[in-house]
Write a protein that binds this ligand. Structure first.
Ligand code: SF4
Ligand code: SF4
Length: 173
């Protein structure tokens, strides 16, 4: 994704660590088709079960099995929704401090953009791509960050009006 606020540098920092990438049903179908294997075979070859969910395996370098140094994600067109949603995770959209921390870790987030710009663009991106429920801070139909919870159908519609702070304010109710 290229934008005013984010352009991936393919550094792979967000692809590091074990157990971070859950493979949902939609992800499984897309990844298996991309690699021309059955979903069962994909699970067998590329995932491990943790907490009742399939997670992508990591390689010897501690990064996701599909990450290639100098290239990036080798399954990019079929990558899981959680990878598509990053860095526009709900916490980064509603909380400036989380956004600043994400920016320290991810060199793809613009050093010049404001949190409001990031929030506006991120929310629109998630909405356009059907990714509003695709980050680890969400659970089922409810949107949960800390003590905040909002039924999904009450999500704000930024394009129908409202400032960036109103968007993030509504999201953090
Ligand atoms: S940390 Fe940021 S720039 Fe690096 S691969 Fe992940 S999204 Fe791209
Ligand atoms: S699927 Fe691709 S984007 Fe996601 S963690 Fe693995 S290498 Fe990174």
């Amino acid at each position: 994704m290229m934008s005013e606020t984010f352009e991936c540098r393919r550094c792979g920092k967000c692809c590091e660590g074990r157990g971070g990438i859950v493979v949902g049903a939609k992800d499984l179908a897309r990844l298996a088709a991309h690699l021309a294997v059955s979903p069962e075979r994909f699970l067998e070859l590329y995932t491990e079960e943790m907490g009742g969910k399939a997670h992508l395996l990591t390689g010897g370098d501690g990064a996701c099995l599909f990450f290639r140094a100098g290239f990036g994600c080798s399954v990019h067109p079929a990558r899981p929704d959680v990878c598509r949603a990053w860095p526009f995770f709900r916490g980064n959209i509603i909380d400036k401090f989380s956004f600043e921390m994400a920016r320290e870790d991810c060199p793809g987030i613009s050093r010049a953009c404001s949190h409001s710009q990031f929030a506006f663009e991120g929310y629109a991106y998630l909405q356009e791509n059907g990714l509003l429920g695709s980050d680890p801070s969400r659970d089922g139909r409810a949107l949960i960050v800390g003590r905040h919870e909002l039924p999904r159908e009450e999500e704000p519609q930024p394009e129908t009006g409202g400032t960036a702070s109103q968007v993030t304010g509504k999201l953090s109710r």
